[in-house]
Design a protein around this ligand. Structure first.
Ligand code: SDX
Length: 431
């Protein structure tokens, strides 16, 4: 916890209360209100937590006004260009960039955990073939606590470490098998001679009937998508993981809760919703119609992939994703992809529209990711599972940080009660 030299004074009626102010290494000061209810008998009120810091953290910093995203101090655009996903996983988990020896050991550890217990295949086969892969992911990840009992005791640092490695290593296998199951193809096992992204692509697209060669440009693009989604401060799904973990629940159950939260179209489900929206728009001449709908307060439609609770400038991940979309589609010879043309024109028109400018609505990480994933051959239903796969390291890193925090206690918000005050029961014959 940062030390405090400053404080604010809150006056309620004739009483005044001093609230300590803590200054961060970057970002806004925070007001410590932990003693407020005990001293003043009042709650603070902040639905959606728009002005609330739920914890202190050293993992990820976002400056929404400047469009800055740092992981342990390193800018996301530098990591996307110069690093790779497993190195970013090491950075998020341990706080430093690894030496060559540390990286090799970490990558070997992850590689050796990529297989699933063979009986877990029964879980996949229990679902309907048309089950959404996110439903399967929530179920299978939660079920991991029934298979990996030797890494569920969160008070044991060694077990926390194994659980972290197992989750990072097995998520690609779980996501790939959910996809294979949905298309009626056999599960493809991971291979230890492939890097993380190549292994995932092969498990998704290889079939026993023929060899599958991973295109290095596509695996590099896949790895970059993993990196761009790895962590993002105290977003809804990360906060869900933290709150679930605050009760002492095992790591697999907590990550399953995070997957469930990420599924929503306002959060990680936006990449699927965005591509479906771009396809519904269909051509650039229909863009004004959809922009008008997005601006209409009586119409619940919103531009998917646009806007953000924190970024009031370009999401730096969207900028990198847009460059990657151009590269991948050119490589695949589909640079004239009509969906990409609609996306670019929609972005241009929206950014020129006063409504979006005034509300500081810019493309976010989900605006271009779906275009790349579809060009790589993934169905829209696999977009959010890929987001969940990527974000697992962020959830786990935040989970580990929270458990190690001596201030860690069960999260238990209060409320502004507007219901009935006490009244006597009325017998049914008198109602
Ligand atoms: C992710 O938190 C994270 O970090 C999340 C994430 C991560 O990495 O974990 O970055 C990943 O979830 C990115 C966001 C993906 N979601 C979408 O693209 C869905 C579309 N976006 C919106 O649903 C919305 O922008 C949110 C949910 C992302 C943010 O909503 P907020 O912060 O609660 O803002 P708001 O809903 O109060 O919007 C402010 C105003 C409103 O108008 P007024 O009521 O003030 O008149 O802007 C409008 C909104 O109607 N608005 C939009 C809009 N987003 C906000 N209008 C049209 N289209 C949009 N996309």
């Amino acid at each position: 916890m940062a030390d405090t030299q400053k404080s604010a004074t809150l006056t309620i009626g004739d009483d005044s209360y001093d609230l300590p102010i803590y200054s961060p290494t970057a970002g806004p000061d925070v007001l410590d209100i932990r003693k407020l209810y005990g001293q003043a008998g009042v709650f603070t009120y902040d639905p959606g937590f728009t002005s609330t810091a739920s914890c202190d953290s050293t993992i990820t910093y976002i400056d929404g006004g400047q469009g800055v995203l740092l992981h342990r101090g390193y800018p996301i655009d530098q990591l996307a260009e110069k690093s790779h996903y497993l190195e970013v996983c090491y950075l998020l988990l341990y706080g430093v960039l690894p030496t060559a020896a540390q990286l090799e050991e970490f990558e070997t550890t992850i590689t050796l955990h990529t297989m699933l217990h063979e009986q877990m295949q029964n879980f996949f086969r229990g679902f309907r073939r048309d089950a959404h892969p996110m439903a399967i992911m929530v179920g299978v990840v939660g079920a991991m606590s029934a298979f990996y009992h030797d890494s569920t005791d969160i008070s044991d640092e060694h077990q926390r470490e194994i659980a972290s490695h197992r989750l990072i290593a097995k998520m690609p296998t779980i996501a790939a098998w959910a996809y294979k199951y949905s298309i009626g193809q056999p599960f493809v096992y991971p291979r230890n001679d492939l890097d993380y992204a190549s292994n995932f692509l092969r498990m998704c697209f290889a079939v026993p009937a023929e060899d599958y060669e991973v295109n290095p440009i596509l695996s590099r693009a896949m790895d970059r998508i993993f990196t761009l989604h790895a962590d993002h401060e105290q977003n809804a799904s990360t906060s869900t993981v933290r709150l679930a973990s605050s009760s002492g629940a095992n790591p697999f159950a907590c990550i399953a809760a995070g997957i469930a939260c990420l599924w929503g179209p306002a959060h990680g489900g936006a990449n699927q919703a965005c591509l479906e929206m771009l396809k519904e728009i269909g051509s650039v001449d229909r863009i004004p119609e959809f922009i008008a709908r997005a601006k209409d307060k009586d119409d619940p439609f919103r531009l998917m992939g646009f806007g953000h609770r924190v970024y009031k400038n370009f999401d730096p991940r969207a900028t990198v994703m847009k460059q990657s979309a151009d590269e991948v589609l050119e490589l695949l010879g589909v640079e004239n992809n009509p969906v990409l043309q609609v996306a670019k024109e929609l972005e241009k028109q929206a950014l020129e529209d006063p409504y979006f400018a005034e509300k500081k609505l810019f493309p976010n990480v989900d605006f271009y990711s779906g275009i790349i994933l579809e060009a790589m051959g993934f169905p829209t239903s696999m977009f959010t599972p890929i987001f969940a796969l990527s974000r697992t390291v962020g959830w786990i890193s935040q989970w580990k940080e929270m458990i190690a925090d001596p201030q860690n206690k069960i999260g238990r918000p209060r409320q502004l009660y507007l219901g009935e005050t006490s009244r006597d029961y009325v017998d049914i014959e008198k109602r």
